[in-house]
Design a protein around this ligand. Structure first.
Ligand code: UDP
Ligand code: MG
Length: 332
């Protein structure tokens, strides 16, 4: 029978985590009873370098429940990398992997639909939000603009799909072959090319805690997504550069003509304007070129995307250091 692993990235989620653990355990139990998954299925929490009690909550849950597993990253590697860490750690034991946010915003019972689709033969099942009216206006607007821009420039994104999805083991194996450091999962997964389908669900409000994607981080995320997938912005700048070059030739001819006909008082305003215009264009161009060079720089370094501190899924249950800290707190 299908062994499922549910991977949950957690960054400072102490407020919601106990609830999440209980709900996911209940879900797992129900799916087992419905004979959709095997009892070997696990729930894997990835602690993305949290600074609150997140890891100790995960750790305790691991001690108490056989089906809960935890992975602790050594630092904050970011949502995408935490997802990768969990998926790559779980791909040995599971036939399929579902990734899910810790905040219970996405209806967890949709996993049942995911599994049905998986059994029908799909390798990738995308969870797609029906509507986003619980999100703030700003969040909705930025997200929608992002999808629109990405599609316009030719990156195939699934509209309103966040990182709530099911992937078969072979899809995750294929994903592991993508060595880029700037991994933008929503863009890469559709590139895998395996049979895929979508399942619709309602998105709820975050139950507790605050969003870990404040405005600036979201803009950064969107910009990363854009520049890791498309050369369009840099081409746009080149076209702009050519246009302004052409215009400046015409302008030079005009100035020469004025000079030859004796009208030497060429306008100070237009001169200043052109200096500013060209200067501005050059700055934009340099900035964008820098963005891509930065990407090349990051990729050539070949740094690991995340560092695992502790792996309770594949490694030994209790590392010596951890046992010490926990006995200090009076828990053996
Ligand atoms: N997350 C993470 N590392 C980070 C930021 C977020 O693992 O650096 C996790 C977070 O704990 C949550 C998920 O990614 O489970 C999505 O984050 P959040 O709900 O804050 O984003 P939003 O739903 O507001 O876009
Ligand atoms: Mg959320």
């Amino acid at each position: 029978m299908t062994i499922l692993a549910i991977v949950v990235p957690c960054y400072n989620e102490e407020d919601i985590l106990p609830e999440t653990i209980e709900q996911l355990r209940a879900l797992r139990q129900q799916l087992i009873e419905e004979q959709l998954i095997s009892s070997e299925s696990k729930i894997v929490f990835v602690d993305d370098g949290s600074r609150d009690r997140t890891w100790s909550i995960i750790y305790r849950a691991c001690l108490r429940h056989e089906e809960i597993k935890g992975i602790k990253l050594a630092g904050n590697a970011g949502h995408q990398h935490a997802l990768l860490a969990g998926m790559f750690a779980a791909k040995q034991m599971a036939h399929c992997i579902v990734t899910l946010d810790a905040d219970l915003q996405d209806d967890i019972y949709v996993v049942r639909e995911f599994l049905r689709k998986f059994h029908e033969g799909y390798d990738i099942v995308y969870g797609v939000r029906k509507k986003r009216d619980v999100d703030s206006y700003m969040k909705r607007w930025t997200a929608e603009t992002f999808y629109r821009v990405m599609n316009r420039i030719g990156v195939k994104l699934i509209y309103n799909h966040a990182d709530y999805r099911l992937m078969s083991r072979r899809a995750v194996e294929a994903l592991a072959q993508f060595r880029e450091v700037n991994m933008f999962l929503r863009g890469v997964v559709p590139l895998l090319g395996f049979p895929s389908t979508t399942v619709y669900y309602d998105r709820k409000e975050r139950k507790a805690g605050v969003t870990k994607y404040p405005f600036m981080k979201m803009i950064r995320f969107a910009f990363d997504g854009l520049t890791s997938f498309s050369m369009m912005p840099i081409r746009f700048v080149s076209v702009l550069g050519f246009c302004s070059f052409f215009v400046s030739i015409l302008f030079a001819m005009y100035v020469l003509f004025l000079k030859m006909t004796g009208h030497t008082q060429t306008g100070w305003t237009s001169l200043m304007m052109s200096i500013w215009l060209v200067g501005g264009l050059q700055l934009i161009a340099i900035g964008l070129v820098g963005e891509y060079i930065g990407k090349v720089y990051q990729e050539t370094k070949q740094r690991p995307r995340y560092i695992v501190d502790m792996d309770l899924l594949n490694g030994p249950m209790i590392a010596a250091r951890e046992r010490e800290t926990f006995s200090e707190e009076g828990i053996s």
